[in-house]
Ligand binder design. Structure first.
Ligand code: IMP
Ligand code: MG
Length: 171
């Protein structure tokens, strides 16, 4: 059994997610949004973030596998589920749990831009800047974290711990 240490409490997360929602609402005032969550890790972040956005918004979901599992990302991204709606002419916010090497986001960004959205932004709850291998950054970022493996608030270690209300470090 791994040891879990709280990195961000549910209260800290709620405050930050609310700030991000307000910022997005301000930046896109008067516009409609489509929030595209990356399954499964971003599901909880998307559900909380969307309720802090005071604009006409819809959801969509995308699923990817980054071959290899657990703590190591092999670097290959495979699309398991595409969006259901058309992204053309829409204001798209791609919602992700963690921006790590950036491989997943670079792949998804390229894919969505090919559908000619009106605007494209990335919202990532956590950002492991020090791990980045691709030139990509989040437009809306919750917290910058060091190179540690985290779980909870949707994020897993071998599919476990997603339902923890706090974000914890696995030691
Ligand atoms: P990237 O393609 O290297 O940026 O990988 C991003 C994906 O790896 C994230 O969407 C997460 O699913 C997963 N990931 C990276 N770091 C962690 C972590 O600390 N905990 C859980 N999942 C992680
Ligand atoms: Mg993920």
């Amino acid at each position: 059994m791994s040891e879990l240490k709280v990195l961000f409490s549910r209260e800290q997360i709620a405050v930050r997610v609310s700030e991000l929602g307000q910022q997005i609402s301000k930046d896109f005032a008067g516009e409609q949004l489509v929030l595209v969550g990356v399954l499964k890790g971003a599901a909880i972040f998307l559900s909380d973030l969307s309720r802090q956005i005071s604009l006409d918004s819809t959801f969509d979901f995308i699923a990817v596998s980054s071959y290899g599992n657990q703590k190591q990302n092999s670097g290959e991204v495979k699309l398991l589920k595409d969006v259901d709606q058309s992204m053309e002419g829409r204001n798209v916010i791609l919602v992700e749990d963690i921006l790590d090497t950036g491989l997943t986001m670079s792949y998804l960004k390229k894919m969505i831009l090919a559908h000619h959205p009106k605007a494209f932004k990335i919202a990532a709850l956590l950002d492991k800047k020090c791990r980045r291998s691709q030139p990509i950054q989040a437009d809306y970022s919750g917290f910058e974290i060091p190179d540690e493996f985290v779980v909870g608030y949707g994020m897993d270690y071998a599919e476990r711990y997603r339902n923890l209300p706090d974000i914890c470090v696995v030691e």
